[in-house]
Design a protein around this ligand. Structure first.
Ligand SMILES: Cc1cc2nc3c(=O)[nH]c(=O)nc-3n(C[C@H](O)[C@H](O)[C@H](O)COP(=O)(O)O)c2cc1C
Length: 187
């Protein structure tokens, strides 16, 4: 079988850690978010919500809160990782997409959230944009910041952050990890 456009986009998507600060157009963001709500979910429950944040002052506030939280932790693993990559949690990305999930739904919403996130990263790559799934953004939503940011990001009542994605244009071309075919078994 030959490579096709979809497979090629999947193969070339990578986690970008150096964004150009150029803004992303609303029409493009809409296509990415629509790819998110097109995701499959267990029993079609769709217990996720997508918040697209392009407001720079809000992005800076979330990033600052996340960095402060990481700096305050006795375990320096996370902040050392960030500092080794230039000290920025969001790598100057102009957009953060937060996927919030129903906190009462058990494991299924989190699994569905992962699928939704991947749909959006693939959609972004197909549109020539770079992305980085950003689990570390979760540090910004800890303690008393959680309620504040849940409100500012307009999460539906009872929803909590599932996962975030950084979106923007790449500063320099990057490469994905080397896929390990040894992780596949054919029977
Ligand atoms: C759930 C999840 C959380 C992640 N969180 C972060 C993060 O906070 N910061 C970051 O730079 N990369 C993050 N990544 C990106 C991974 O490090 C990356 O996917 C992995 O190293 C493989 O590289 P590739 O995506 O370029 O192929 C995350 C990826 C996933 C799936």
């Amino acid at each position: 079988m030959q490579m096709n456009e979809t497979l090629s986009v999947i193969r070339n998507r990578y986690s970008c850690r150096a964004f150009d600060e150029r803004p992303v157009g609303d029409d493009i963001l809409r296509l990415i978010a629509e790819a998110g709500v097109q995701s499959p979910s267990g029993m079609n429950t769709q217990k996720w919500h997508i918040t697209v944040v392009s407001d720079k002052s809000l992005l800076d506030e979330i990033e600052g809160a996340g960095l402060a939280e990481m700096n305050a932790m006795p375990d320096k693993t996370a902040i050392d990782r960030i500092n080794s990559r230039g000290g920025r949690l969001f790598y100057y990305a102009p957009v953060l997409i937060a996927v919030s999930i129903d906190a009462t739904g058990g494991d299924l919403p989190l699994l569905d959230c992962g699928i939704c996130v991947e749909n959006m990263t693939i959609a972004a790559a197909s549109l020539g944009l770079a992305s980085c799934i950003c689990g570390l953004a979760g540090f910004a939503f800890q303690g008393e910041n959680e309620k504040k940011f849940n409100e500012k990001l307009k999460f539906p009542p009872g929803y909590i952050l599932g996962m975030s994605i950084l979106i923007g244009y790449e500063k320099n071309p990057g490469k994905p990890h080397e896929p390990d075919s040894g992780k596949i078994t054919y029977i």
